[in-house]
Design a protein around this ligand. Structure first.
Ligand code: AMP
Ligand code: ZN
Length: 113
């Protein structure tokens, strides 16, 4: 499958991996939008939020707990941070493999662009 995140998961292309377990991988975004910008990705190829089904309950919990741990490791837990999941064309999704952006280390504006 021609999916850049699957290639990262399969170690076919390099990435700066911050965390990995059997189900989840987290790596640094190649084009960071904040001092801390990590992508938390299920190893299973799921195209978007709209393709999540009931059996993914535990996986989604793992992803949020991974975000929590990475926030703590990067000293974002007290200051705050943002988890973003862009979905579809108008949502700004450019990679069609579900991923959670973890952004922090600066004041983040609202509303987003
Ligand atoms: P989105 O636009 O929400 O689909 O997010 C995709 C993100 O993947 C963007 O922030 C890109 O900078 C990032 N990205 C694309 N290719 C790579 C790569 N090879 N390694 C790390 N991050 C990447
Ligand atoms: Zn994929």
């Amino acid at each position: 499958m021609d999916c850049i995140f699957c290639k990262i998961i399969n170690k076919e292309i390099p990435a700066k991996v911050a965390y990995e377990d059997d189900n989840v991988v987290a790596f640094h975004d190649i084009n960071p939008q904040a001092p801390i910008h990590l992508l938390i990705v299920p190893k299973k190829h799921i195209t978007s939020v709209m393709e999540i089904d009931d059996e993914e309950n535990l996986l989604l919990g793992d992803i949020i707990l991974t975000a929590q741990n990475l926030a703590r490791e990067n000293n974002l837990d007290k200051k705050g941070f943002r988890i973003v999941v862009n979905t579809g064309e108008e949502g700004g999704q450019t990679v069609n493999h579900l991923h959670f952006h973890l952004l922090g280390g600066r004041f983040l504006t609202w509303p987003p662009g």
